[in-house]
Design a protein around this ligand. Structure first.
Ligand SMILES: *[C@@H]1O[C@H](CO)[C@@H](O)[C@H](O)[C@H]1NC(C)=O
Ligand SMILES: *[C@@H]1O[C@H](CO)[C@@H](O)[C@H](O)[C@H]1NC(C)=O
Ligand SMILES: *[C@@H]1O[C@H](CO)[C@@H](O)[C@H](O)[C@H]1NC(C)=O
Ligand SMILES: *[C@@H]1O[C@H](CO)[C@@H](O)[C@H](O)[C@H]1NC(C)=O
Ligand SMILES: *[C@@H]1O[C@H](CO)[C@@H](O)[C@H](O)[C@H]1NC(C)=O
Ligand SMILES: *[C@@H]1O[C@H](CO)[C@@H](O)[C@H](O)[C@H]1NC(C)=O
Ligand SMILES: *[C@@H]1O[C@H](CO)[C@@H](O)[C@H](O)[C@H]1NC(C)=O
Ligand SMILES: *[C@@H]1O[C@H](CO)[C@@H](O)[C@H](O)[C@H]1NC(C)=O
Ligand SMILES: *[C@@H]1O[C@H](CO)[C@@H](O)[C@H](O)[C@H]1NC(C)=O
Ligand SMILES: *[C@@H]1O[C@H](CO)[C@@H](O)[C@H](O)[C@H]1NC(C)=O
Ligand SMILES: *[C@@H]1O[C@H](CO)[C@@H](O)[C@H](O)[C@H]1NC(C)=O
Length: 633
């Protein structure tokens, strides 16, 4: 009996030994030469001292992946295959995937740089670093590459012809560098960053909340320069040798004219050329890309007349972005594609394209800044009622809905942007059940219309609103108390209306409210005292100016508006960064609130609000008594 169990134990031991050996066989350690190439690369380019904020605020607290790489011989640490950002082939043990995006790498790489000795790489991501040099011709050593991502990594100058030798490339992202193609002619110099990890440049853009709407309406919307995420662009022609990359499925790059050689890349499924300076017409070759599913040409300088029909030749196309160019779009009724997202902003449309009524899976629709006027047709309100999440009709000349008040039928609507129209009547009621607040709507902007009447009282406790802007209308009556259920609310702007109410101290319980603008209304009475310590915890911007508040200044509140005391951070993030759902075009993935403020007698228009901006404006009221001491405020 004892003997048997001994054998049994031995057998188990043996099995464990065999198992661990075979495990060791299936997961080989990394090759010494590749390990040293990686360590050499770290030693030459990693600049720990210049840590964040190099990327978005979301990742800035994490240490760079490369920081933990270590040569010392302590078990798994020495196996470079287990290092962060490194992946090896399970059989050969060669490094095949290197993802060092946003790793605080800086310095000039050249053809002798060790990274070009990683000959087995299939995927290389060096995005969001700063190399400040040309792409070395040795890139061609990496002949196995499928994915190459050099986005936002400070490369400049010519694209080496040797890149055309990487014929296995499937995804190529060279966006947001200062690369030039084959000609140097109109090289535009854009702001240099001084160090790898310097915060991306911040541009206090000019955008007027009440009166700017129809300026520059045709011939392209003067969209904010996106220097933070797209801080440098490239000019010159796109090298035609890119046409060699016949396996390419996704492409994001540069500017210049869209190369007609693109038409050779017949396997492309995803083309993203947005936020560049591509000019000229959309080349007809693009309509030969039969596998294309997503085409994003938003925010360029493309011109000419385009028939939406042409895109119907590409049957697989589901996502099409043409917004913010100088295109004139002609829409016939025979559009056969079943689109998922359509960006048709600033496309010189004169009416609602009728084919939309047959689109049943539309998720995203941008018709902003067209020449659509008058009445919103009844059929439009039933377009893709089950799926539509993002609707942008801002900057048109719409005057009314079929009914008053209109109740939107889009069950899942997340973003409703109807700003800068001429809409009259009562404000639309978000998709709702019997007047319960919508549980999906996050952004509702009705700014600068002619809405009148009371703001409807909305029931329910499932409010998802993050941003509500009803400013610059003719609304009166009290603020709807149900807003106190909107726990996620960050931004509330009811300025420039005729609202008659007392100070909404009940909004104080909203723990995420950062911006409260009630300027130029008929708010009256005493502001009163804060409930202890819990009121308006996150508030950074409060504008109560041009009302008829009376009594003493709310020094009690000043003590609690603690968020305002955060004087400075190095964050280049903006209020509103939380809103990320329901965007389909990656480069539009955030939406920034805009507002206008008057500080020290100077009017400033903000198109986005930095996280650390703080402001209190109580001017032009009927306050009396002493001004609180700085120590109290
Ligand atoms: C490498 O790791 C060992 C043990 O984890 C540590 O003692 C050593 O300081 C590390 N070296 C570097 C260069 O980080
Ligand atoms: C590369 O790393 C970045 C940052 O760590 C991460 O966000 C991204 O998803 C990674 N990419 C891939 C393809 O794994
Ligand atoms: C490449 O860069 C290294 C330093 O990173 C430098 O020592 C070397 O001289 C450079 N080689 C060439 C050909 O520029
Ligand atoms: C390139 O890498 C960056 C950072 O990881 C990422 O945001 C971007 O989407 C990548 N590009 C492509 C085309 O995948
Ligand atoms: C802000 O917008 C207003 C209204 O259109 C305009 O008069 C003013 O000049 C703008 N301010 C700045 C600084 O551009
Ligand atoms: C955009 O195109 C127009 C001509 O259509 C040209 O005058 C203008 O300079 C271009 N702008 C840029 C930024 O390329
Ligand atoms: C805009 O639409 C109006 C009619 O609604 C028309 O008279 C005008 O010519 C259009 N403008 C352009 C630039 O198409
Ligand atoms: C709607 O379109 C306009 C113009 O393109 C843009 O400025 C605005 O941010 C868009 N709204 C949303 C919510 O994305
Ligand atoms: C409205 O919300 C309340 C709870 O806030 C719920 O009891 C009621 O059933 C909802 N009504 C509808 C029609 O969904
Ligand atoms: C912000 O960055 C500067 C240098 O870029 C640094 O001197 C300063 O201490 C930083 N401030 C904070 C609050 O991190
Ligand atoms: C302003 O306050 C004074 C008392 O301090 C009061 O007499 C006056 O009516 C108030 N004005 C308005 C417009 O409310």
């Amino acid at each position: 009996m004892e003997k048997e169990s001994f054998h049994f134990n031995c057998l188990i031991l043996l099995l464990i030994v065999v198992a661990s050996r075979s495990l060791a066989l299936t997961r080989p350690c990394c090759h010494e030469d590749e390990k040293s190439a990686l360590l050499e690369f770290k030693a030459a380019f990693f600049t720990k001292d210049e840590k964040p904020p190099c990327c978005s605020s979301a990742t800035s607290d994490e240490p760079a992946k490369i920081e933990s790489w270590n040569a010392s011989t302590g078990e798994s640490k020495s196996d470079c295959c287990s290092w962060a950002g490194v992946q090896c082939d399970k059989v050969s043990g060669h490094v095949i995937d290197l993802n060092l995006s946003c790793s605080c790498l800086s310095g000039k790489i050249n053809s002798t740089t060790s990274i070009f000795r990683l000959l087995h790489l299939r995927s290389l991501n060096l995005a969001f670093n700063y190399f400040n040099c040309e792409i070395p011709p040795a890139i061609e050593n990496l002949g196995s590459l499928r994915d190459l991502n050099f986005s936002n990594s400070g490369f400049m100058g010519h694209i080496p012809h040797s890149l055309g030798h990487l014929t296995r490339l499937i995804h190529l992202d060279l966006s947001n560098n200062r690369l030039i193609g084959t000609t140097l002619n109109d090289l535009t110099l854009l702001p240099e960053t001084t160090s790898t990890c310097a915060p991306r440049h911040i541009d206090p853009n000019i955008f007027d909340p009440c009166q700017d709407p129809h300026v520059n309406k045709f011939g392209g919307l003067n969209h904010p320069k996106r220097l933070d995420r797209h801080f440098n662009s490239i000019t010159g022609e796109v090298p035609s040798f890119l046409g060699n990359l016949v396996q390419l499925k996704s492409l994001s790059l540069l500017s210049g004219k869209i190369p007609s050689s693109l038409g050779k890349l017949i396997q492309l499924t995803n083309v993203d050329l947005s936020f560049n300076q591509f000019h000229g017409a959309i080349p007809s070759m693009i309509f030969q890309l039969q596998d294309l599913q997503r085409l994003n040409l938003n925010s360029n300088n493309l011109s000419g007349t385009v028939k939406l029909d042409w895109f119907s030749e590409v049957e697989s196309l589901q996502v099409l972005g043409l917004s913010s160019n100088k295109l004139s779009l002609i829409v016939e009724t025979t559009i056969s594609n079943d689109y998922y997202a359509l960006g048709l902003g600033s496309c010189n449309l004169n009416g609602f394209p009728e084919f939309l009524q047959y689109q049943t899976h539309l998720f995203f629709l941008d018709l902003s800044y067209n020449n659509i006027s008058g009445h919103v047709p009844e059929w439009f309100l039933t377009v893709s009622t089950k799926y539509l999440r993002h609707l942008n009709l801002s900057g048109n000349f719409l005057t009314s809905f079929a009914q008053d008040p209109i109740i939107f039928k889009w069950e899942e609507l997340v973003v409703a942007d109807l700003r800068f129209n001429e809409l009259q009547g009562s404000i639309p009621i978000p998709p709702s059940n019997m007047c319960n607040l919508s549980s999906t709507l996050e952004v509702m902007s009705l700014q600068s219309n002619n809405f009148i009447g009371k703001i409807p009282y909305l029931n329910g406790n499932s409010c998802a609103l993050i941003m509500i802007d009803l400013s610059c209308n003719k609304l009166h009556g009290p603020l709807p108390r149900s807003l106190c259920n909107c726990d996620n609310l960050e931004f509330l702007n009811f300025g420039n209306n005729q609202i008659m109410d007392v100070f909404p101290s009940w909004l104080g319980s909203l723990r995420n409210l950062k911006v409260l603008i009630l300027r130029y209304n008929r708010f009256h009475g005493h502001i009163g005292e804060a409930a202890d310590g819990i009121d308006f915890l996150a508030l950074q911007i409060i504008d109560l100016s041009q009302n008829i508040f009376s009594g003493s200044l709310p020094s009690g509140y000043f003590k609690h508006w603690t968020a305002m005391k955060v004087s400075e951070t190095n964050s280049s993030s903006y209020i509103g960064d939380a809103i990320k759902r329901a965007w389909i075009f990656s480069s539009d993935a955030t939406f920034h609130y805009s507002m206008r403020v008057i500080a020290k007698g100077i009017q400033m228009n903000y198109s986005k609000i930095q996280e650390y901006l703080t402001l209190i404006d109580l001017s032009s009221n009927n306050f009396s008594g002493a001004i609180p001491k700085a120590s109290e405020a």
